[in-house]
Design a binder for this molecule. Structure first.
Ligand code: FEO
Ligand code: CA
Ligand code: CA
Length: 661
């Protein structure tokens, strides 16, 4: 069940073709409805800051020059072993693990450092709810899939507790099931004809979230899931969600099946998420647009276009006509929200919180403000879209879960503006402000009501001058320091004329990471200072930046997506989605210390199998325990992950653990 640790002493030169995109063809098709091939939805006229200062020109011209000359399309780098054997590297013995060498993109293996092993915890199709049958790729039904683990796992969290060992070796995991790959799921699938009605319904059942109880025998053993766990639950496209907040019950939220506008069936394209201090899980509905077919629908106001809703669809209207916008025009307004689930209570009804706005939500992560209000940080994962934060009206009450579960129902919504300092000092940094869209229960956006601002948040933000970012994925505060990190995964459409100090690379194929600190380190503050801590890529690319660390001593990294923290305040973990198409390696997970002598030293911890992205890392470093999601293995080729004896690739959750002291 566990795969051998793989070490490579020599990495071949890797050549990345110009035509390769950051994602594989099928990822584009199924996850985001080919959004990269479509027009940029944000056509608003927001200005680009920071490129008006002559002093900044020198460093900026380096970035433009690299992209313009396409140097980055053919790259080579030393091995991690080379890097760590480099003269002058005096702290080799202090490395928290021996970094793995970059893994060529066609390797079908989950590669972990020496001293570690791994095992699948749960994979697509494993039985979850009572009565669920064993997985059988040749005998899939809607009813069985509703009770089995969902498809492409993304966000992941663990809740400790349960009977025995003071709960240390028991708990539950919750993970998102973002999207489906029908061409991989269904033997004999016809990609030209698209899904049959039954296949579409099975895909609907494979979306959503999965909750299962888990158990391990101790530190040096893997987590395993309990198919009979009392809290096991599947949330899928027919699970009832209550819609709360100012847009709940609005006219445009009502459908023929739900005249109240408060009850939605299902959650779709759940990407990243976050745990709340009160013990619930948040999850972002991201590329929900792709499930809706807008053929013939009226879009005079451009609301469908701003959200990327086209006539393409996924063929789901064959299963249910609510996915046909012409037939059920308001159903599309009921997706694109942050949802809150209480995984401890399998009978609880999850909630869609309209107060947090509607966009392509990557996820939401919570930090409490100095006065106890709950602050949610959120990214809108689209090229040239924005970073947001929500500040609750009411304050957190320790131990009062019922009260705390109302905190995300009412509050203020802000969008971020980043301004560079314009100094040619070798750093990309400056100040930022939070622009209010909703404040004290009132709309701050001319011509839009609160409920309109929250439902068409992108269009509201367009009017207020925020900074257009390079696809904001995870936005997470470090729980120890309060510093916030955002992974900006890439944006190849940004032109040299469109760069600013917070998005300083034209044709940004490899992405970057920004760190900011709120004024007074108070999450509710309306101003912050920021700096870029990572400009990703291969270290031989002069446009890369590793927080000031010697770039010849780091692992190559591309397309940061999820970030995570552990017990060490200096540990920033980054998982990636896009390395195969940009730097020719498998995606993986990296440690990048944020302070101390190793600040900026990117070290690769693991790589996921060919075609997969690495998601949802949960790091319990004191235990040397790392849970990850392996999403879409073999998406543009073939993988046999999780290597259980057949050739069916099955996305799911894996546990990486130390095998000995
Ligand atoms: Fe689902 Fe933004 O990645
Ligand atoms: Ca991603
Ligand atoms: Ca993501």
């Amino acid at each position: 069940m566990s795969a051998p640790t793989t070490r490579r002493s020599l990495l071949p030169l890797l050549h990345v073709s110009e035509h390769l995109t950051n994602r594989s063809h099928k990822t584009c098709q199924y996850r985001c409805g080919n959004q990269c091939a479509q027009e940029v939805p944000n056509t608003s006229g927001n200005t680009y800051f920071g490129d008006m200062v002559a002093a900044a020109v020198s460093r900026r011209s380096v970035l433009q020059g690299v992209a313009g000359a396409a140097v980055v399309t053919s790259v080579a780098w030393g091995t991690a072993e080379d890097a760590y054997a480099a003269p002058g590297r005096g702290n080799k013995g202090m490395a928290p693990f021996e970094p793995i060498a970059p893994t060529p993109a066609d390797v079908d293996d989950l590669v972990v450092p020496e001293g570690y092993s791994w095992a699948p915890v749960i994979s697509w199709g494993d039985p979850v709810e009572a009565g669920a049958p064993d997985f059988d790729v040749n005998n899939q039904t809607v009813e069985s899939q509703k009770m089995q683990a969902g498809y492409n796992a993304d966000y992941l969290a663990i809740h400790r507790g349960g009977a025995g060992n003071n709960g240390a070796n028991k708990g539950l995991i919750i993970f998102n099931n973002e999207y489906t790959n029908p061409e991989v799921m269904f033997p004999g699938y016809d990609p030209v004809a698209g899904p049959t009605a039954e296949q579409a319904a099975i895909e609907m059942a494979a979306h959503g979230m999965t909750i299962v109880e888990v158990e391990r025998q101790g530190q040096f053993s893997p987590w395993a899931y309990d198919r009979h766990g009392a809290r096991n639950r599947r949330i899928h496209a027919w699970t009832q969600f209550h819609v709360d907040g100012p847009a709940g019950g609005a006219e445009w939220m009502k459908t023929s099946a739900d005249p109240t506008g408060h009850m939605v069936l299902g959650t779709l394209n759940n990407c990243a998420g976050g745990e709340t201090p009160w013990g619930t899980s948040l999850s972002g509905e991201e590329n929900f647009n792709q499930y809706f077919n807008a053929t013939g629908a009226d879009d005079a106001q451009g609301k469908l276009k701003r959200y990327g809703i086209t006539s393409a669809g996924r063929g789901w209207e064959r299963a249910e006509d609510r996915f046909m916008v012409l037939t059920e025009p308001n159903e599309v307004n009921r997706f694109g929200w942050i949802v809150e689930v209480d995984p401890e209570d399998p009978t609880s009804m999850p909630v869609k919180h309209t107060a947090l706005g509607r966009f392509k939500h990557e996820g939401a992560t919570i930090r409490l403000a100095a006065d106890g209000r709950a602050v949610a940080y959120m990214g809108d994962d689209e090229r040239f879209d924005y970073i947001y934060k929500f500040v609750s009206r009411d304050t957190y009450v320790e131990g009062d879960k019922a009260h705390n579960m109302t905190l995300l129902s009412e509050g203020d919504l802000y969008v971020a503006k980043f301004e560079g300092d314009g100094l040619g000092d070798g750093e990309w940094d400056g100040v930022g402000t939070w622009i209010a869209l909703v404040k004290d229960g009132a709309s701050m956006v001319p011509g839009m009501s609160v409920a309109e601002v929250l439902t068409w948040t992108r269009m509201a933000a367009d009017k207020m001058g925020p900074t257009k970012m390079d696809r904001p994925e995870d936005v997470q505060p470090n729980p120890h320091t309060g510093a916030v990190y955002v992974a900006l995964t890439n944006n190849t459409r940004r032109t040299p004329a469109q760069i600013d100090e917070a998005n300083p690379r034209a044709s940004n194929k490899f992405g970057h990471v920004i760190e900011w600190v709120e004024a007074g380190n108070d999450a509710a503050a309306l101003a912050f200072t920021w700096r870029i801590v990572l400009i990703a890529g291969v270290p031989s690319d002069p446009s890369t930046y590793f927080n000031g660390y010697d770039r010849s001593l780091v692992s190559p990294i591309s397309c940061p997506d999820n970030v995570a923290f552990d017990e060490d305040p200096d540990h920033l973990w980054i998982s990636t989605d896009g390395a195969p198409g940009t730097i020719g390696t498998c995606d993986g997970m990296f440690l990048m210390p944020t302070a101390g002598p190793d600040k900026g030293k990117v070290q690769q911890f693991l790589s996921v199998p060919t075609g997969a992205e690495c998601c949802g890392p949960v790091v319990e470093w004191a235990d040397r325990s790392i849970l990850i999601c392996v999403q879409h293995p073999g998406e543009d080729g073939h993988s046999a992950y999780p290597y259980l004896g057949d050739s069916v690739p099955r996305p799911g959750v894996a546990h990486v653990y130390r095998t000995a002291r």
